[in-house]
Design a protein around this ligand. Structure first.
Ligand SMILES: [Zn+2]
Ligand SMILES: [Zn+2]
Length: 139
């Protein structure tokens, strides 16, 4: 587990029932949910939780730096609780499964100065694309 709940508590974040449900839904490894997916799962635990509350809560977690936003599929933003260990994403082009991966080497250091055009680079996102084993098996 990614211990998101513990991290949020450690930041002194006031833990309401609604915030706890959002954090629980988002906690775990290889979790990359859209806000709508988080909401759909949250209502099964707390039926009265609104979409707006889920969106606001996700935004606050991002502001705290305990959740990161990722755009791996060019569609809706996804929320990722794995905010402290730098990682890249491996995406299945058929079912959309996403895995956190840790390539050897540093993708930022690997970009030569001549390719930086004077930019100060703050962050690198690499997406590896392919077909996951279960999609490959059903092909
Ligand atoms: Zn797949
Ligand atoms: Zn991730």
């Amino acid at each position: 587990m990614s211990d998101l709940l513990e991290r949020l508590r450690g930041r002194g974040w006031r833990m309401t029932a609604q915030r706890r449900v959002v954090a629980e839904v988002l906690d775990g490894d290889h979790v990359h949910l859209t806000a709508d997916e988080v909401h759909a799962r949250a209502v099964t635990r707390l039926p009265e939780i609104s979409r707006a509350t889920v969106y606001n809560t996700l935004g606050e977690m991002v502001t705290l730096g305990e959740v990161i936003e990722v755009a791996t599929d060019g569609r809706a933003k996804r929320y990722d609780p794995n905010a402290h260990r730098p990682h890249q994403h491996l995406v299945c082009g058929r079912c959309g499964a996403i895995r956190d991966v840790h390539p050897g080497g540093d993708p930022l250091a690997d970009l030569p100065d001549t390719e930086r055009f004077g930019f100060t680079i703050s962050n690198v996102e690499v997406t590896y694309r392919g077909i996951c084993p279960s999609c490959a098996g059903s092909a």
